[in-house]
Design a protein around this ligand. Structure first.
Ligand code: C5P
Length: 309
């Protein structure tokens, strides 16, 4: 470690994402699906910091935000499911695995401490774990003074999870292949979005296992065009998620969610990723406040008033 400069890196905010369009193109022989999806980062954030150390220990502290733990306990006491699932043990934490893999591939002797405070619900289709993993790679790359370029990091990221490369770029993008081939879209108009994560979550693998490959896949170009033109009405009209019916087969929460979202007065709604989170598109900030208020009063899960970032 003598020549390597260690940096104490800063804390960063890691965003969630939603899928404005998600189409399945084919089932693959490696257990994955080829897809085309258009994802945008949104303003629900976890926070993550990484401190590089000169010993070889990699440690992780990962906790829910304090307010969330209180809500989890309250659900437990009432004997109902909580939208805030228990966090996985450190060995299964994707961000921790990301930096362990980076260290191995870079063949360095170094350690570090990763600290994550979570706010993004898990098993939700919001990409929280993938976002943490991408941020951990970026910070460890700096903290360990590795100078890997984005493309080299993205190759490693794609082996960790299909959504991880998207978060390395952190911009609205069309994602193809398993989700790891990224075409960024540049700046797009801000969208006012309300996200709701019902009490029940779903495993991504279970949802993909139940999905059907359509005979005539829907292209994401009309959605990309609508975004580039800044046409919110067209964006709302073109929302599409092919995994929706698979998730509805697996979770009564998803079926109920659709009933509720039809009645809350948004300009459009869809499911994010493999669910169970859904989102409502709104005209502006004030409209989003109204929609979020309605959803909170129905009491259908965790509600977030957000924007694209
Ligand atoms: O890539 P990731 O680990 O997030 O994927 C979790 C699971 O979701 C995979 O094991 C696979 O079963 C399914 N999946 C898929 N096709 C994709 C992405 C994920 O079938 N494009």
């Amino acid at each position: 470690m003598k020549d390597r400069q260690l940096h104490q890196t800063e804390m960063i905010w890691t965003p969630a994402k939603i899928n404005l369009h998600l189409e399945i193109l084919a089932r693959r022989t490696d257990g994955y699906h080829d897809l085309e999806t258009l994802m945008v980062p949104i303003s629900i954030f976890d926070s993550l910091s990484f401190t590089a150390t000169s010993d070889e220990t990699l440690t992780l502290s990962c906790v829910w935000e304090p307010g969330i733990e209180a809500r989890q306990n309250a659900s437990r006491q009432r004997g109902v499911e909580s939208p805030w699932e228990p966090l996985p043990p450190p060995g299964q934490n994707l961000a921790w695995r990301a930096i362990a893999t980076l260290r191995e591939e870079a063949q360095i002797r170094a350690g570090g401490h990763l600290r994550i405070t979570k706010n993004i619900p898990a098993a939700a289709g919001l990409g929280g774990a993938s976002s943490n993993a991408a941020a951990a790679l970026l910070l460890a790359n700096r903290g360990w003074d590795l100078h890997w370029g984005t493309e080299r990091l993205a190759e490693l990221a794609s082996r960790l999870g299909s959504d991880v490369p998207f978060f390395l770029y952190g911009k609205p993008a069309i994602c193809r292949g398993r989700g790891e081939r990224i075409e960024t879209l540049g700046t797009v108009l801000p969208l006012h979005i309300v996200v709701v994560r019902p009490e029940q979550g779903l495993s991504t693998a279970d949802v993909f296992r139940c999905c059907k490959v359509p005979q005539r896949p829907r292209s994401c170009e009309p959605m990309a065009d609508a975004l580039r033109r800044g046409d919110r009405t067209a964006v709302a009209a073109k929302l599409h998620n092919r995994l929706q019916s698979a998730s509805a087969k697996l979770s009564s929460s998803v079926v109920r969610m659709v009933d509720v979202l039809q009645q809350v007065g948004g300009v459009g709604y869809s499911m994010s990723g493999s669910g169970t989170s859904h989102f409502v598109m709104c005209r502006n900030h004030r409209h989003a406040q109204t929609v979020a208020g309605r959803l909170r009063s129905i009491g259908i899960g965790a509600v977030f008033q957000t924007q694209t970032v």
